[in-house]
Each structure stands twice: as structure tokens, then as C-alpha cells.
Design a protein. Structure first.
Length: 477
């Protein structure tokens, strides 16, 4: 990225000055000089275009892990007021609606079960459906799928996948308000029929991790973390259903924008005012996909528990937290001293409520919401805690991952999957995959430095570092 296009606000935030006569909202980009230098100039173009959309409240923002995406940059955050013509954009949510991370804490210490890791890797890779178009054992009739799209993780628990105790530690209790299954096309539902309880491909993974170090002892205690403890992170979303919803609604939202005279700075930002039939239709379908993704991760949690207890009968895996990072949420935020209901787009960004927020489980309320920054394959991840300053600065939003530093095509030119798997094995990290090409595309070097992203996230006031997790087993599609 050409940093001469930016004006530095402080050490950890930047803005893009408008050109003379340019009418748009403010832009704010979080990150260190080094992180922003690794971003493509397309990120500037995309977030500047977002700042031109109607009804924007506050700045259009990028998180420290931002990179080029479809419509919004990945790592993009923007809030819109429906009472001021604010819009909803499928390009501001993403195709993998409600892609997110379910983090599980275990009662296991690495020192006690290190010899079992190869068996754990084999069991997980054999029993967790993963890969492009991969289906699982669950096959749902259309009417049953509508129930999933309405009740989410609550449906999964009632069907025997996990326990009621999980629901307290999932966003919205495992189901969001306002899902409308009738707004989801038959093709989207058909694509999802056999994909419940599956991991998917690309950057999705199931990873067994060890708590390597703790930076915030108080938050770690509240989260139930200690050095040497094993955790499991499940990273996936709404699978084919969410992707099809995104595809379907790009057309109707573009038509709505044209009908209403909204000049789109980029056709990928197809949108409609929130308070229009087209806007409400997309929101209903999007909420159904979010609810679907929460059910999907709940089923995968159950399957993961089964894998562990087959090998280690004493193993207990509790849900630490489940948070999505491709959503648009209806939330109340205080702006210039006044509480307003806004629709907050977070594309490749995680909600990060600070201490005292009433939506948080009582166990975490004093320290803030767990925020998971998933690292690239083999490099480690971070658990952070939401902060009060994130509310005032970024509508309670934070980074979601390391963020790509190069495209998948570029990665394929530099790495070979087999060599990466062997190299990581020498480092004590077991990779199990159905696609060596997929491993090369997700090479650690294709991503930003996760430690730099976590540091920038903390220094910018978006979330504070709690614990670093080192990977031991990674199952991918």
C-alpha cells in the first residue's frame, strides 16, 4: 500500500484525506505502519467506496488484518442508520455468511497427552467431514432445514448435538432474531441439505492448540485458561447456503439501488436501504444463514467431543465462546452522546463487546467478550478481550484473523503442500488434509504476522491480548 495516500492520526490509526470537493464519509484504518504497508492499494479504494454509501454513521473502518475482498475489504466495518437512509449490502457481509470461530477449552494438559496427538489427529480427520462440497451424515428435508434456519444452535442441542450449557457462550444464545427461511431460495437450501456438521474448505479448519503464554491473568482466569492447557478452535460458516444467499441477493440489491437512484461507487457494493422490501428480504435471509452457521458449529462441537472421548474418556470440552465475523447486526450504540439503533457490517471482523455489556455471559461480563484472532496454518492464534474503547472507536469491533498478505494464486507459485506438511510436522504440528493444493494456498507465509495483528489490535484499543495459542493439530479440507 502506498502510505503517501494516507494521513497518520496516531501510531496505530490512519485516515484517507478526501480529494477537493469529494463528498463522502470519514475513513479510518487501524494498524501499524508495517501492517498497512503489506496491504494492497485496493483496500484504500474499497473502504473509500464504502464511505460513499448512504446513511453511514461514523467512519468506514478497516481492522489491522484487512485485505482486498468483494465489495467491502475483508476486515471492513461500517455502521448505517436505517432512519437516515442507511443501507444493507451483501458485499459488506460476505459470501460465507457468519463464518466464525467456536473455541472450546478442555480439561487436558498437553504434557499429559502429548503421545496421543497422532491418534487425535487421525480420529478428527476421519470423522469430521471437511473439504469442498463435502457432505456429512446429516441429511435434512426442506421443512427440517427451515427449523434449523429459525432456531440454530438451539435446534442442534434439542436434536442431541451438545448441551444447553453451550448456548450461553454463543452469540445471541445460538440464534439471531429475525431469520426468514422463506427468503432463502430453494437452491440455497438444496446446497445445504447434506452440509450440516461439515467444515468446508479454504481457510476453514479445526485446530487443537495449547495455551503457550498468558498476557492478562485476570481475563484468562475468567475464561478458564492456563498455560499448557489444550483448546480446540473450529473455524467455519454457513457453507453452501450462505454462499448462495450472497449470490442471489447481489442481483435483487443491485436492482433496488438502480430503482431508488443510489449511485454505486462499485457494483460489488450492491445495496438497498434497510427500510425497503429488498433490504428487509436480504436481512431475513442473512439472519437465517447466521442461524444456520451457529447450528453448524454446534454440530461440529458435538462431533469433536465424540472424537476426544473415544480416545480419552476423561476428556471434557466446554464452549469458551462462539463468535461470527461475517455479519451485519442490528445493535444499539452511543454516538455523540445519543443512543442509536444501527446496522453494523462486520466483514472479516469480530464483534468485541467490552466489560459490563449486558449481552455477555455473566462469567465474562467483568473482563469483556472473548475475541479470537485465528492465525494462519501453523503459526498460532490469539484470544483477546473486548474493551470499552472499542465501543467508542469501532462500534465494538476487532480483528478476526491474520489476514492474507498474498492471493491464493500467488501462494501456489511459492509453496507445495507436501513440503509444507512435512516442514510443519518437523515443528511438531500435525496437518491432516484432503487437499495438498489447499495447504499450499493457505501457507503460513501467505498471511500477515498474527502477532503483529494482535499487537496492533490491542494498541489501537480494539481488544487486549489475553493468551497466545500454539497449534498442535490442524484438520483442513
Amino acid at each position: 500500500m502506498d502510505l503517501s495516500k494516507l494521513r497518520q492520526i496516531d501510531e496505530w490509526s490512519w485516515t484517507v484525506p478526501p480529494a477537493p470537493g469529494e463528498a463522502r464519509g470519514e475513513v479510518k484504518m487501524y494498524g501499524s505502519r508495517g501492517l498497512l504497508a503489506t496491504m494492497d492499494d485496493k483496500v484504500i479504494e474499497q473502504i473509500t467506496n464504502v464511505a460513499r454509501l448512504p446513511g453511514l454513521v461514523g467512519p468506514a473502518m478497516t481492522m489491522p488484518d484487512a485485505h482486498w475482498g468483494y465489495g467491502f475489504p475483508i476486515g471492513g466495518v461500517a455502521a448505517f442508520d436505517p432512519e437516515e437512509g442507511g443501507i444493507i449490502s451483501a458485499g459488506g457481509v460476505g459470501f460465507d455468511i457468519s463464518c466464525g470461530i467456536r473455541c472450546l477449552r478442555t480439561n487436558l494438559q498437553l504434557a499429559d497427552i502429548a503421545g496421543e496427538l497422532p491418534s487425535i489427529a487421525r480420529e478428527l480427520s476421519e470423522r469430521i467431514p471437511a473439504g469442498l462440497g463435502e457432505e456429512g451424515d446429516i441429511k435434512l428435508a426442506p421443512e427440517a432445514l427451515d427449523d434449523v434456519l429459525t432456531r440454530g444452535a438451539q435446534w442442534a442441542v434439542e436434536e442431541g448435538y451438545g448441551s444447553v450449557a453451550d448456548l450461553e457462550y454463543i452469540e445471541e444464545g445460538g440464534r439471531v432474531g429475525g431469520p426468514v427461511p422463506q427468503n432463502v431460495s430453494s437452491l440455497a437450501k438444496k446446497r445445504q441439505r447434506g452440509e450440516m456438521g461439515t467444515l468446508g474448505s479454504g481457510n476453514h479448519y479445526l485446530e487443537v492448540q495449547v495455551v503457550d503464554r498468558i498476557d492478562d491473568a485476570g481475563a484468562a482466569q475468567a475464561y478458564g485458561l492456563q498455560v499448557g492447557q489444550l483448546l480446540v478452535s473450529i473455524h467455519c460458516g454457513s457453507r453452501g447456503l450462505g454462499h448462495q444467499i450472497g449470490t442471489d441477493y447481489l442481483v435483487s440489491l443491485a436492482k433496488a439501488a438502480s430503482r431508488l437512484g443510489i449511485r454505486l461507487p462499485d457494483r460489488e457494493l450492491a445495496c438497498a436501504p434497510i427500510n425497503t422490501p429488498e433490504g428487509q428480504q436480504y436481512i431475513g435471509a442473512m439472519n437465517a444463514a447466521i442461524t444456520c452457521a451457529l447450528a453448524n458449529r454446534q454440530i461440529l462441537t458435538h462431533l469433536t467431543r465424540q472424537c476426544f472421548t473415544r480416545l480419552l474418556p476423561r476428556a471434557a470440552l466446554e464452549t469458551l465462546f462462539d463468535v461470527s465475523h461475517n455479519t451485519c447486526k442490528r445493535e444499539s450504540h452511543v454516538v455523540e452522546g445519543r443512543k442509536r439503533v444501527l446496522y453494523v457490517h462486520r466483514k472479516g471482523a469480530t464483534r468485541a463487546f467490552g466489560p459490563g455489556h449486558p449481552a455477555l455471559p455473566e462469567r465474562y461480563r467483568a473482563v469483556g467478550q472473548p475475541v479470537v484472532i485465528g492465525g494462519s496454518m501453523g503459526t498460532g492464534s490469539w484470544i483477546l478481550a473486548g474493551t470499552a474503547t472499542s465501543e467508542t472507536q469501532a462500534f465494538s469491533s476487532a480483528s478476526h484473523g491474520a489476514g492474507r498478505a498474498m492471493s491464493r494464486k500467488q501462494a501456489l507459485k511459492q509453496w507445495q503442500g507436501r513440503q509444507l506438511v512435512d516442514e510443519l510436522a518437523r515443528q511438531g504440528i500435525l496437518i491432516r488434509t484432503r487437499s495438498m493444493r489447499g495447504v499450499a494456498e493457505e501457507a503460513p507465509g501467505a498471511y500477515k504476522d498474527v502477532d503483529a495483528v494482535a499487537e496492533a489490535t490491542e494498541r489501537a484499543g480494539l481488544a487486549r491480548r489475553v493468551a497466545f495459542l500454539r497449534p498442535k493439530v490442524c484438520v483442513k479440507g
